[in-house]
Write a protein of this length. Structure first.
Length: 452
């Protein structure tokens, strides 16, 4: 496929992604559909113009991807590998795998029907298929979600690259009034062999009054390296509700870039939680856009990092209409030379009166060499609003630590209790008790302790 006109790239990795598109283009899902082909073409041209994000871009000043990403791994190829419960438990913990849920497994970049609960999910009222099948003959609702423009699609090179090269993932829709009786567990697993890149796209649509919980899990299978670019587009209809949870527990050789783009119609509810303990570099982006009045967003997360791990959380919440509320709370625990980044922006557009928006980011530094960079922002163009933001960082309270140790609790366990209490405020925002307990157990595993 002919390459688009591009700027003068500074690294081999930047050029390599264009070469991958040129080689893979004719075989990408939906290549024979004119609408999909045009969408991919526009996206690769956007990427060619922008190149990899770098520190001179305000949104990427703390995460210089151009410097960190020195090579582009070849795309993952499905081998039909088997996957048992033991491998799933190792990648994501036994407790997460044991959760009652409709399971959808994306292995090596492809939805595996033999490992997924497609028939029960469809019987429960959901419309679900692999992204590849959805792109072969795109439905009007798929076109509407994938084709939405917006600032993120036009200015974010990594979203553009995902659109150009997306090969796997899930297209899931709940019709009007459909309410699922248990969560959908969307499992992404890659990286069992040589270094590869995995570029996936999930599209989730809830029609009016629909409701369910979606758990996205990302794990590694012990490979030597993985570059993941995963985007999930969510469209929530009027009076619909989605609980959206993420677990990122990939290997130490992984570069994880995950993006959620969410739109809300009138009186919709969106609750999101993200939990990360893995990857050498992780960047979690969430873009939420209020399109209907009376809607609410509650986004929270907890991140546990050690060694030289780098975790970046970037949020953009846009209030375009009146009477909407948003809450964001993020907790980071950083040890050794780990680095945590929080960038959160709330934009209140002209006319978006009665907006209620608040955000808070807090970091617990367990060593003198850990680093936390925080940049909360408010842009308000309306006068009848209640908005605020805050950010704190500090060490374990020595008085509280002494209090616990004075009552016979060993030092390591006392520290773990205080850390669990710190992140527990974010865990409490998870509505599902089973999920809440599973995440608490996962954090305890990271701490190396077991709580009754």
């Amino acid at each position: 496929m002919e390459l688009p006109v591009k700027q003068q790239f500074q690294t081999q990795a930047e050029q390599a992604f264009l070469d991958i598109f040129a080689a893979a283009g004719p075989a990408l899902p939906g290549a024979n559909d004119p609408w999909v082909a045009a969408l991919r073409r526009q996206a690769i041209e956007t990427y060619a113009t922008l190149g990899l994000p770098h520190r001179r871009l305000e949104a990427w000043k703390y995460t210089d991807l151009r410097t960190r990403l020195t090579e582009a791994f070849p795309p993952v190829r499905a081998t039909g590998a088997s996957l048992g419960e033991a491998e799933l438990a190792t990648a994501l913990t036994a407790r997460m795998i044991a959760l009652p849920a409709y399971r959808l497994v994306v292995l090596e970049g492809e939805l595996r029907p033999d490992l997924s609960d497609l028939a029960p999910l469809k019987a429960a009222g959901a419309e679900v298929t692999s992204l590849g099948q959805a792109l072969a003959k795109p439905s009007p609702w798929l076109k509407q979600v994938l084709g939405q423009a917006g600032a993120t699609a036009a200015t974010d090179a990594m979203i553009a690259l995902n659109t150009a090269l997306m090969t796997g993932g899930v297209a899931l829709r709940l019709g009007k009034g459909v309410v699922l009786d248990k969560p959908v567990h969307l499992i992404h697993l890659d990286g069992s062999g040589e270094p590869v890149s995995s570029i996936t796209r999930n599209v989730v649509v809830l029609d009016e009054g629909a409701s369910f919980a979606l758990l996205e899990s990302y794990g590694g299978l012990g490979g030597s390296g993985l570059q993941r670019n995963a985007v999930t587009d969510v469209a929530i209809g009027a009076k619909a509700a989605l609980s959206h949870i993420k677990l990122q527990r990939e290997g130490e050789g992984t570069y994880h870039l995950g993006t959620w783009r969410v739109t809300l119609a009138a009186d919709a509810r969106y609750g999101a939680f993200q939990f990360s303990t893995g990857a050498a570099l992780a960047r979690n982006q969430i873009y939420a856009l209020f399109q209907g009045e009376g809607s609410s967003v509650n986004i929270s997360g907890a991140f546990l990092m050690r060694g030289r791990q780098h975790c970046d959380t970037t949020l953009l919440v846009e209030h375009l209409v009146p009477r909407c509320s948003s809450r964001e709370l993020f907790k980071m625990v950083l040890d050794d030379e780990a680095r945590g980044v929080f960038q959160g922006k709330i934009i209140v557009a002209p006319g978006a009166q009665k907006t209620d928006g608040k955000q808070m980011a807090q970091a617990l530094l367990l060593s003198e060499t850990a680093e936390f960079d925080s940049k909360p922002e408010l842009e308000i163009f309306a006068d009848d609003v209640v908005c605020g933001h805050g950010s704190t960082s500090g060490q374990i309270d020595e008085d509280l630590l002494f209090y616990l140790k004075a009552r016979g609790i060993p030092d390591a366990e006392a520290r773990a209790l205080l850390i669990q209490a710190f992140v527990g405020e974010a865990f409490e925002l998870i509505e599902d008790e089973d999920l809440r307990n599973a995440f608490a157990a996962t954090s305890a595993e990271w701490l190396g302790v077991t709580f009754d």
